[in-house]
Ligand binder design. Structure first.
Ligand SMILES: C[S@@+](CC[C@H](N)C(=O)[O-])C[C@H]1O[C@@H](n2cnc3c(N)ncnc32)[C@H](O)[C@@H]1O
Length: 207
């Protein structure tokens, strides 16, 4: 399973934003929705081997929220950013002031979060990657079938988040020499993992 965790710093945790202003009042929900799209969608299919956790930490507990998206059971996800943002907004609204977890749409589970604790737990998975500019090149690392990786939205991780990541032992990994958008990073990682799992070409027939 490919597990990703995205730190979302500015999205209103109660879903109180309009789909007409995802980048402004939505706290860069445009980019979060693109990340969901690039994590799961491929041409004419969804990636069933992928899970993505979104940590919404613009407000402290008990208001902070997390959305866990499971590719194995995901439905209703279309490739366009606006309808994806609508699914996420609906999840946040359904969870507002609700103490337990709710499956807001098939494969999308929302509930309260202790963001630093949730981040620490995720990052302590064995071999977890911290996707960040200036880490070890992705191409230098072995890529198995099970991968866990943390990345941030257009806002860099906060000081407490960096502390958690540093003390968790997560391996700093860069996907290339340039600072990319979060959604581009996910595209590159998914493609690198696809390529690593591709069967080697068979030997040409003799003669
Ligand atoms: C738009 S970047 C963050 C903002 C950027 N640090 C800046 O100076 O404006 C979004 C996130 O994508 C990831 N990222 C960007 N470029 C990367 C790269 N070359 N390798 C690995 N991760 C990268 C990091 O997690 C980063 O926090």
């Amino acid at each position: 399973v490919r597990r990703f965790l995205l730190l979302a710093h500015r999205v209103p945790v109660d879903g109180a934003f309009t789909l007409n202003d995802l980048a402004g009042g939505g706290g860069r929900m445009d980019e979060i929705a693109r990340c969901v799209s690039t994590a799961f969608t491929i041409s004419n299919d969804l990636r069933r081997d992928t899970e993505l956790t979104l940590l919404f930490g613009s407000e402290p507990p008990p208001r902070s929220r997390r959305i866990d998206i499971y590719g194995a059971r995901l439905r209703l996800l279309n490739p366009d950013e606006r309808s994806t943002a609508a699914l996420l907004k609906n999840a946040l609204i359904r969870s507002h002031n609700v103490p337990g977890i709710v499956e807001s749409s098939p494969g999308m589970v929302v509930g309260p979060s202790q963001p630093l604790e949730d981040l620490a737990k995720f990052a302590s998975q064995r071999g977890c990657w911290w996707l960040v500019e200036g880490g070890t090149p992705l191409s230098a690392l072995p890529a198995g079938a099970d991968v866990a990786a943390v990345l941030s939205d257009p806002t860099d991780p906060t000081a407490p988040e960096r502390e958690v990541l540093e003390s968790s032992g997560a391996i700093r990994v860069r996907v290339g020499p340039r600072s990319l958008r979060s959604s581009q990073v996910l595209d590159v990682v998914q493609n690198a993992l696809d390529s690593a799992s591709e069967a080697p070409p068979s030997d040409p027939p003799p003669g």
